[in-house]
Design a protein around this ligand. Structure first.
Ligand SMILES: *Cc1c(COP(=O)(O)O)cnc(C)c1O
Length: 372
């Protein structure tokens, strides 16, 4: 057996929609992008949706539309994809890195509060690997300290918090999605800003299209904007995936549950924790190797690869990257430990139970060999 870390979930009907878009003669941002925005907005219970060229550009637009600028600080976890921090930097603001929880891998109000200063203007809340953060706790903190909440939900489309989909923006000003192939819905490259606020949506639409407001139609540029548009070909690829997203999430959750059952009695493995008020889409399933096994993580990953099981060695923390390390003085102990002992296991739509079993058997054997 050969088991990849992830697989893109594309059906013939998805491909047909793309060729329909091509044959229509309209291939740039047009009716299909609008239809895709409506579908995602509906699924996520978001009043407004603005499609973009990537998750990164969605984050940049959301932060700029919120007025984040030079001199501001935005708190963000280091245990994230580097674009979370870069998008803050694009606004001229400073990313301030916080630590994360050892079991959910998410930032918490405790880890954030340590990093608050007079310059803190916003918190970029990353729902890591699709696991929702405790939004209610963050909303209370934000109300007390008077800063804005923005959600980096690049990994979290289809996850729910207190029974409501991520993207509803009940607790935040804006939520950003990514449609990179490593995410649960993909358009090749793509992203989206979701918001309740009509003015944020308007500004994002304007900035996305070179700074030209979408209505009334004119050749007037009110902002120095960007070209962050999505194409109709990309949107066509996403529509069908959103239509079957509820089923995709059920599948992913049942695979994660099977992993949990199989792995919970293997000593030396720590499983991810899903808080009671959250339902993760399990964009990724990361375990931790405890004790002596932690030091053997890289060789365990290599042995699994030769047994046909692809894994990923956690996330490279942003504050350890050469482009940020000089500025980041924070001690982020849990982030460093997670980077060293985390192992992401294969999980994809359509993964069979026997494939999960195979991964677990190989993991168990590899661990047994590593202990001796
Ligand atoms: C993937 C990802 C991004 C960036 O999305 P792109 O579409 O690749 O630009 C941002 N933040 C997080 C947490 C991500 O996982």
């Amino acid at each position: 057996m050969k088991i990849p870390l992830a697989k893109v979930d594309l059906l013939d009907e998805d491909i047909r929609r793309v060729t329909d878009a091509l044959r229509s003669g309209w291939i740039m941002q047009g009716p299909r992008v609008e239809a895709f925005e409506k579908k995602v907005a509906q699924f996520c219970h978001a009043p407004h949706a603005v499609a973009t060229s990537s998750g990164t550009t969605a984050l940049h637009l959301a932060l700029e539309a919120l007025g984040i600028r030079r001199g501001d600080e935005v708190i963000v976890p280091s245990f994230s994809w580097i674009a979370s921090a870069n998008s803050i930097h694009y606004c001229g603001a400073t990313p301030v890195f916080c630590d994360v929880d050892p079991e959910t891998y998410n930032m918490t109000t405790e880890t954030v509060e340590r990093r608050v200063t007079k310059k803190t203007k916003a918190i970029l809340i990353v729902h890591q690997f699709g696991m929702p953060c405790d939004m209610k706790a963050f909303a209370a903190l934000a109300a007390r300290k008077k800063f804005a909440l923005v959600e980096d939900a690049a990994c979290a489309i289809g996850s729910t918090y207190r029974g409501e989909p991520i993207g509803s923006c009940r607790y935040s000003r804006a939520t950003c999605l990514s449609f990179h192939p490593r995410k649960v819905v993909t358009t090749g490259e793509g992203g989206m800003v979701l918001t309740k606020a009509a003015d944020i949506a308007d500004t994002a639409r304007t900035l996305r299209n070179h700074g030209m407001p979408p209505s009334p139609p004119s050749d007037t540029f009110t902002h120095i904007g960007y070209n962050y548009r999505m194409t109709d070909m990309q949107a066509a690829l996403g529509v069908g995936q959103v239509a079957r997203l509820a089923q995709t999430i059920r599948q992913r959750r049942s695979i994660a549950a099977h992993y949990g059952k199989r792995l919970k009695n293997i000593s030396g493995i720590r499983l991810p924790r899903e808080p009671g008020e959250c339902e993760s889409n399990f964009q990724s399933y990361m375990i931790r190797l405890a004790g002596k096994l932690a030091a053997a993580r890289d060789s365990i990953s290599a042995r699994l690869a030769s047994a046909g099981v692809a894994t990923r060695k956690s996330i490279a923390p942003i504050h350890r990257q050469p482009c940020y390390s000089k500025r980041a003085r924070a001690v982020l102990a849990e982030t460093d430990r997670l980077a060293a002992d985390g192992l992401v296991l294969p999980l994809f739509s359509g993964m069979a139970e026997q494939e999960v079993d195979f991964v677990c058997e190989q993991l168990e054997q590899t661990i047994a060999r590593s202990v001796h």
